[in-house]
Design a protein. Structure first.
Length: 119
């Protein structure tokens, strides 16, 4: 929920309809991550559900850091409203709000642990 507070007044949002594939595993990175403001997104790895991300969740953060293809598929489970984070916004957020960087690392660590649990 802490990330959600940083983005609650963002005006540039995007919406994805239910069933829309936001990222596909192995797909070349789009250069944009998303903070989920409303809705649910199912995250799958090698066809297995790793998590369902809800408001305050973060998607696509790895590709902002390493510029490699996505390692998971993210599909809108419901209608989703999200705040996009491009490279410039990401770097600004990390510099101006160090807590944001810690939250991103926490999300990455949690996902990595879940992937190993499901392996």
């Amino acid at each position: 929920m802490a990330i959600l507070n940083l983005f609650k007044y963002v005006k540039d949002t995007v919406e994805f309809p239910e069933g829309h594939v936001i990222y596909k595993e192995g797909e070349t990175q789009s250069g944009i991550a998303y903070v989920i403001l409303e809705g649910e997104v199912e995250v799958t790895y090698e066809g297995k559900v790793i998590e369902t991300t809800t408001a305050g969740g973060l998607l696509g953060e790895l590709s902002l850091i390493d510029n490699k293809p996505h390692n998971a598929t993210c599909t809108a489970k419901t209608a989703v409203k999200a705040a996009p984070i491009d490279q410039q916004r990401f770097l600004f957020m990390v510099q101006e709000t160090p807590f944001f960087a810690i939250e991103v690392m926490r999300v990455m660590a949690d996902r990595l642990r879940r992937e190993h649990e499901h392996a």
